[in-house]
Structures are given as structure tokens and as C-alpha cells.
Design a protein around this ligand. Structure first.
Ligand SMILES: Cc1cc2nc3c(=O)[nH]c(=O)nc-3n(C[C@H](O)[C@H](O)[C@H](O)COP(=O)(O)OP(=O)(O)OC[C@H]3O[C@@H](n4cnc5c(N)ncnc54)[C@H](O)[C@@H]3O)c2cc1C
Length: 431
């Protein structure tokens, strides 16, 4: 006799998947077995990645272990490689080898990936910011550049090492530039052979105003604030090539830099390429208004990987805010389907948007109200603190932020080597 227990499998433990699991757990349905499969054992709180780059929070504080909130659900750490929609089977590679799991309902919440080839030379010489690993890498790189400057006698080489170029004037680019300004200002005193005027940050943006998603006044406020902190904001400026020692611009000019951080461009997750019968539009899975996937039955998609139509004719935007709202909506739809009820279309409007620009300043738009400076920064922190998963993590980040208001950033530069590797390569390698 076929079991009456319905198996729901969620692929991806990011903003959307983690919120869905939490919602399903609190619904406490008896006849439902929920499994979360994700590549990492934790969910990453991406809006705080720029703070990791700026050494304002410890990396481990911007992630939350998925097992802490998968209460009642099974967690499998693994990568989904293929789906047999006809047989309703999911093929996964796990720590213990291949694993095949049957499902009744399947939810895709596997996000997207950073696009590393948008600018020639970016793969070899650029640095992206998408994952916690990227943020730790850039943080270490900044500290390494200052350590290199301490030892470098040639003035031109010193200026190249001390120039940090951020490409992209959206939320991530602005926040990274602000965080870099803060960290360089805060740690300069630990590098006595590095003079403040040898350090520079340039923010390149191909549009006329920073933060194009926000009202123009806030983009202008962000520009002013960053420039007051010494960031050279270069509008209508596109990078055409990244080399080891420079970023070339489309105008023909080149900016000497050893560190180019690109916060632009995403690409579809490779998993989408093997999903037969699923339609993609601009790299996102085409969904119906209730978040069900057009094509295979009993398959749903939410978050950055999903293209969900809204009643106003637009599409849900790929932000954490929308991902969480979609997860809440999908929980209700899944429960409705299991009860034999009709599904409802997803409808959500952004509650507002905000960004930090460094030095306790921010810009925000909330329900049509525009804020700049300290109030916007406090709002940013309060909002993201409230959104952090688990009370323990909220408390840790709160303590760390408070600590950071009075003390300098931590300049510990981690080396990820085991004892057996250390003697083989005694020199300090360039990244
Ligand atoms: C630096 C940065 C700053 C941001 N700041 C903001 C902000 O301030 N405000 C805002 O609203 N949004 C922000 N965003 C966007 C926001 O983070 C995303 O919209 C949100 O994370 C989307 O959630 P998701 O669950 O769809 O994808 P993700 O959070 O990317 O999660 C996808 C998950 O799926 C897993 N996965 C992928 N492929 C597989 C596979 N084959 N098998 C198993 N698991 C898989 C991944 O490991 C990951 O855990 C920012 C993003 C970045 C990168």
C-alpha cells in the first residue's frame, strides 16, 4: 500500500529555502515529510557580506547552520545534479556518494551564481562577492595588500597595491566601497610604513547615478557620502579589461590597481542546464503566479532562480526580501495543495530598500520615506539584525557591531593551511 505521507524536497538552503523550511516546520503538518538539500551546511546572510569584507563582523556570524532550524525536517548536505521529473526522483551527490531521493513535491530554491567572465581578465585577476568564501578572500586580500606595501620599496608598485577598485555602483558595490573606506581608515595605524595618502578606493559605475534601484536623491546622497570618505566615485565609467596591475576603462584610460572587486552580474545556476522540460527566461525558471514551475508537475521555484509573475505585470525581483515573501507564500500553497484546495497567486510589493555607505551612514527608502546618514544606517542595522536567523546570532552580531563602534577592526589575516603543507612552501605566496 502506498504511504499517505507526502514528501516535500527543497533544493537550496539560502534565503528562500531556509525561510521555507522554517515556515513548513512551524506549520507542523503530520502527513508531510520535509527534506532540505543544500551544498553548504549553513545559510548565508548575504546583505552582511560587505561587513565581512570591511572586517566589521566575523565571517562565522553572517551564517547560520541549517540544522539549527530544520526542526522536524531532514537535512542532507549535498549537491543536486539531476532530476527525473517523470519518475519524481532527485539525483544528488552527497558526502557519502550518490543519493537518489523520491519526492511528491519538489521546490527549487537554488539561487544563482556570480558571473566571473563579464569583463575580460576578470576570471584571472578580478574578485567577485557572492559567497562567504568570496568575502573572506577579499578581506584577507585587503590585509595582504597592506602587508605587501609595508615591504615594497617602489613607489609606483606601492600605489598599485594601495589602490582598491570596486566595479559596480549597485547595493553591493556601494556597500563594499564604504566598508573598504572604513577598514582602511581603521587599520592604517597598524601598518606604520603605509601612508594614508598611498591608499585609494575607486568606485566605477556605468550609470549616471549610484544605486539606480533607489530614488535619485538617495543615489546622490550616497555619492556625496562616499566622496567625503575619500572614495573616488566615477560615474558613466565602464571597465573594459582587468589585468594583474590595472583596470582598463572603455575610455582608454587605465587605473593602476592590484585589487579589482566586481560586484556586477549573475548567471544561472548550472543545475538549470539539465532540467529537461523547464523553461528559462534570462536564466530564471519560468513560473506561474502561484510559484509552480511551468512544465513538470508538482515542481515549484522561489528566490533568485525563479521568474514569478506579479499581478501588476512585472516579475518578482531577485532580493532577499522577495525570496522570504515567496517562501511564506509557497508554504501556504503547498499546504493548500496537500489539502486539495486551490492555489493563490503571489503578490508582494517591496517594503523599501537601503544600503550602508560606511562611517555610520546609509541611505534608505521605506514606504516612500527617504532617509540618509545616521538614521538610515541605524534603520539598516535594526532591520538586518531583526532578520538574522536565531536569537543567539542576533545577539552576537549586536555585540560585535557595538564593539566595532568603539574599537578598531580586527586585522587577523587567516592562513588556511594544515601543518603538513606549511614546510613544503615556506615563502608567503601572493594570492
Ligand atoms: C553581496 C550581496 C549582497 C546582497 N545584499 C542584499 C540586500 O542588502 N538586500 C536584499 O534584499 N538582497 C541582497 N542580496 C540578494 C540576496 O542575497 C538574494 O536575493 C537572496 O540570497 C536569494 O535567495 P535564494 O535562496 O534564492 O538564493 P541563495 O541565498 O543564493 O541560496 C541558494 C542556495 O542554494 C544552494 N545550491 C545551489 N545550487 C545547489 C545545488 N545544485 N544543490 C544543492 N544546493 C544548491 C546554495 O549553496 C545556496 O545555499 C545580496 C546578495 C549578495 C551576493
Amino acid at each position: 500500500m502506498r504511504s499517505t505521507i507526502k514528501k516535500i524536497i527543497v533544493v537550496g538552503g539560502g534565503f528562500a529555502g531556509a525561510a521555507l523550511i522554517r515556515q513548513l516546520a512551524s506549520a507542523r503538518e503530520n502527513d508531510v515529510e520535509v527534506t532540505l538539500i543544500s551544498e553548504e551546511s549553513y545559510t548565508t546572510f548575504n546583505p552582511l557580506l560587505a561587513e565581512v569584507v570591511g572586517a566589521a563582523v566575523f565571517p562565522e556570524h553572517v551564517v547560520a547552520p541549517l540544522r539549527e532550524f530544520t526542526r522536524g525536517a531532514r537535512f542532507v548536505m549535498g549537491r543536486v545534479n539531476a532530476v527525473d521529473f517523470a519518475a519524481r526522483l532527485l539525483h544528488t551527490s552527497s558526502l557519502q556518494g550518490p543519493l537518489t531521493l523520491p519526492y511528491d513535491h519538489l521546490v527549487f530554491a537554488f539561487g544563482n551564481r556570480a558571473r566571473c567572465d563579464l569583463i575580460p581578465g576578470m576570471v584571472d585577476h578580478g574578485h567577485v562577492l557572492k559567497t562567504l568564501g568570496d568575502a573572506i578572500h577579499v578581506r584577507n586580500l585587503v590585509l595582504r595588500r597592506l602587508a605587501q606595501m609595508e615591504l615594497e620599496p617602489d613607489p609606483d608598485a606601492r600605489r598599485t597595491l594601495g589602490h582598491f577598485v570596486v566595479i559596480g555602483g549597485g547595493f553591493s558595490g556601494v556597500e563594499v566601497a564604504g566598508a573598504l573606506a572604513d577598514v582602511l581608515h581603521g587599520i592604517c595605524q597598524y601598518y606604520p610604513r603605509v601612508k594614508a595618502d598611498e591608499l585609494a578606493i575607486s568606485l566605477l559605475h556605468d550609470g549616471a547615478i549610484l544605486l539606480p534601484q533607489l530614488p535619485e536623491a538617495l543615489g546622490l546622497a550616497a555619492t556625496t557620502s562616499l566622496m567625503q570618505r575619500g572614495v573616488a566615485v566615477r560615474l558613466n565609467t565602464s571597465a573594459s579589461r582587468i589585468d594583474a596591475k590595472q583596470v582598463q576603462l572603455q575610455s582608454g584610460e587605465s587605473i593602476p590597481t592590484a585589487t579589482a572587486i566586481a560586484t556586477i552580474g549573475t548567471r544561472a545556476n548550472a543545475l538549470t542546464e539539465v532540467l529537461q522540460g523547464v523553461t528559462l527566461e534570462r536564466g530564471r525558471i519560468v513560473c506561474r503566479a502561484d510559484c509552480s514551475v511551468v512544465g513538470p508537475a508538482s515542481v515549484w521555484a522561489i528566490g533568485d532562480c525563479a521568474q514569478i509573475p506579479l499581478p501588476n505585470g512585472e516579475y518578482a525581483i531577485p532580493t532577499a526580501q522577495f525570496a522570504v515573501a515567496e517562501a511564506k507564500h509557497l508554504t501556504r500553497q503547498l499546504l493548500a495543495v496537500l489539502r486539495g484546495e486551490r492555489t493563490q497567486p503571489f503578490d508582494y510589493r517591496s517594503r523599501g530598500m537601503m544600503a550602508t555607505v560606511g562611517h555610520h551612514k546609509g541611505v534608505a527608502e521605506l514606504a516612500g520615506i527617504k532617509l540618509t546618514g545616521l538614521p538610515a544606517w541605524l534603520l539598516w542595522r535594526a532591520y538586518y539584525l531583526s532578520q538574522m536567523p536565531t536569537a543567539g546570532r542576533k545577539f552576537r552580531v549586536f555585540i560585535e557591531w557595538t564593539w566595532g563602534m568603539f574599537f578598531r577592526p580586527d586585522i587577523t589575516h587567516f592562513r588556511f593551511e594544515r601543518s603538513v603543507e606549511q614546510d613544503k612552501q615556506p615563502e608567503v605566496r601572493s594570492p
